[in-house]
Ligand binder design. Structure first.
Ligand SMILES: Oc1cc(-c2ccc(F)cc2)cc2cncnc12
Ligand SMILES: [Mg+2]
Length: 214
């Protein structure tokens, strides 16, 4: 049977990247998406903004919602201080299977805990399962209609502290209007929009960075 796009992306990484070199894995995926097949990785333009926010926050606790093939997982994990791990949630088992291999190819498997399941199911279990009290940095990059319910779940579960940074992909394309309205109008967040483009295209998209004020 025909391979899947994530499987073809993995093959491109194994062919063109250097094992244990995260930057070469990032470059191989971007090359594949620009020259062979578009795929929904955060990409190099928005990825550079992601890098700058992660570097600025220098988080000790990190959560990613929406692993897909692990591109942004690799981008984030390569910047974390030694001993810091990130938790990434992926609902689709086929995506998770490819992501594990791409993260391992980059040599970052010891910095990543990949959990298969839905955010709604897992967010309430994080404290007890992973011994985490609050997150310093959260990257939202999963289903756009889940952004708002999930940020409310973070608040209800006490997973945010004064200064926690949430960065959301695709707030313009495909769009998360209800999420934007919430973080931009809530007195509990200081929000800022980073204009960019939908990965590998000229279409407008951007990232929304929201700091929880406590
Ligand atoms: O970055 C993304 C982009 C798109 C997407 C798909 C089709 C299209 F036409 C435009 C945008 C979908 C996503 C789903 N989850 C996470 N990230 C995504
Ligand atoms: Mg995205």
């Amino acid at each position: 049977t025909r391979s899947t796009r994530p499987q073809r992306m993995l093959k491109a990484v194994q062919k063109n990247a250097t094992k244990g070199n995260p930057q070469s894995v990032i470059s191989a995926i971007d090359y594949f998406c620009k020259n062979s097949e578009w795929a929904m990785n955060v990409g190099d333009e928005k990825g550079s903004i992601l890098d700058s926010v992660v570097t600025e926050v220098n988080p000790s606790t990190v959560l990613e919602l929406g692993t897909y093939c692990g591109y942004s997982t690799v981008r984030i994990a390569r910047l974390l201080s030694p001993g810091t791990k990130l938790i990434t949630l992926e609902f689709n088992p086929a995506y998770a299977a490819v992501a594990r291999q791409i993260i391992a190819y980059a040599g970052l498997q010891d910095k990543v805990t990949l959990v298969e399941g839905s955010s709604g199911e897992w967010i309430p279990q994080i404290k007890e399962r992973f011994g985490i009290t609050t997150f310093d940095f959260i990257f939202l990059d999963h289903w756009k209609d889940q952004y708002l319910p999930d940020i409310k779940l973070f608040e209800e579960c006490g997973l945010l502290r004064k200064g926690s940074v949430l960065l959301a992909d695709n707030v313009i394309c495909p769009g998360a209007p209800d999420y934007l309205e919430y973080v931009r109008n809530s007195p509990r967040y200081e929000s800022r929009y980073y204009p960019a483009h939908l990965e590998y295209t000229k279409l407008e998209d951007g990232l929304e960075k929201s700091v929880f004020l406590g």
